[in-house]
Design a protein around this ligand. Sequence first.
Ligand code: ADP
Length: 510
Amino acid sequence: MAAKRHLTRGLRFRLTAGYALLFALLLIGIATLFRQRLAYTLDSEAHDILDQEWYALKGYLRIERAPIKGRAPLHAPPVWHYVWEFDKNDPDEAFIVERLRRIYLLTDATGNVMEVSTIYQALGIDPPREIQAALRSGQPLWKVRRTTHGAPYLIRAGVVYAAAGDEGHHHPFYVAIGRPMEESEKILKSQTWIYAGLIPFSLLCGCVLGWLLTGRALLPVTEVARAAQAISGSNLSLRIPTRAVGDELDYLIETFNRMIERLESSFQQIRQFSTDVSHELRTPITAIRGQLEVALFTAKTVEQYRDAVLNSLQDIERLSQIVRALLLLSQAESGQLALQKSRLDLASVVRDIVEQFQIPAEGARVELSADLPPECPADMDRVQIERMLSNLLSNSMKFTPAGGQVHVALRCLPETIEIEVADTGCGIPQEHIPHIFERFYRVPTQETCANPEPGLGLGLSFVAWIAKAHGGTIQVDSAPGRGSRFTVSLPAPVAAPAPVEAEPIPTVLG
Ligand code: ADP
């Protein structure tokens, strides 16, 4: 049953959400940067203009001591008056001075207002403390003031000195001018609103587009999943069609198809194996049943009963051989049968086995010879190596007619150890060679063979496993009528000796 799929856990959702988040952060970042840049530009522009205007105003303004009209008290404070020096007949100059004085304040050193424009008055007269501090520092003073309606103004204030009087002292005066900042604020605000509208809109568009695009990109994955669902144990011949684009998905599909191919061949092997096992077990069982039935209905003497029981026992022995061999093979292939390696002299092991086969070879009139080095140290499982040699030798004896030859050779090379069993027997047709290591596989018709007794078809499966378990390989060179040569290549031992020989495992015939 297909697992329930959560939308928020899906690749499509996560990809879209991830990109949307990244996109949002990027947009907000860029918008903030642009807004700050704009604010800075507007601000510095206003400062520059106001600074220039302040100096222009200073150029037109002249403050001097006014003559005291009438009788003034003896220690009366000096009276100052200011003069705007510009060409009164020039309308342009008059306009400039008028414009500069639109937002304008002039006070003496104590903060007494000498002249103030209406707009500046609305902003509020600077407190005397602030004026005195500005005059003391002599530095330009910048501030932002707001009207009661909240309209912002940038103010630039500074010191202007009166023309030197009789005592030769330059008296300081406080002059401040302003500039409306409402326009800049409006520009900034409208920019913010544009971003506030544009960012969610582009995010929404991005999400929709991302959702559609990821859906489109992931469509083949859904198709692959659908195709994979159609493949089951009974129709493993199906394959997921590749799109011939050569992308990651095609690679995944190819890998998947290769996996199904391997699965199919494993399924096939298992099916074949079940058929073979049932067939192998059925033959002796049918034979036993037949013999016992015949004995039951037709046997009259003890001798006849005895023959039937003996024949049945032989078949039972064959049955138990098959079962034992199968059990051992499955243990070997599932890794439950560990090798018991020890340092041994392979030359003497091979010599012993060849000697064991000498008497049967003489009986079959087959010439058995061996070419062995004086000694060949190896780290191997003695029992398994003996089993491998016995299986190869008994096959060669079985499939070599009288008058033929069987030759065993052992080559102890620096890197590898080669065991070769060659015969001049009936040989194996080329098309059967790849299958002879499969369980229960027997070459169907070996016409040139002297009708050898049927084996279990399990011997070479053992040989293949033993070679592989020792890290070696096996090679077959055979042709019908010419004979066969089985060469097992095993890795030579490393310098350090292997652990001491352990308990042998029970021997099973192939
Ligand atoms: P079996 O018990 O039948 O010998 P094996 O697994 O040992 O089973 O061998 C599988 C088949 O390979 C044999 O049945 C036989 O057809 C073929 N075969 C193995 N060794 C030889 C050989 N030396 N010469 C010819 N055929 C061989």
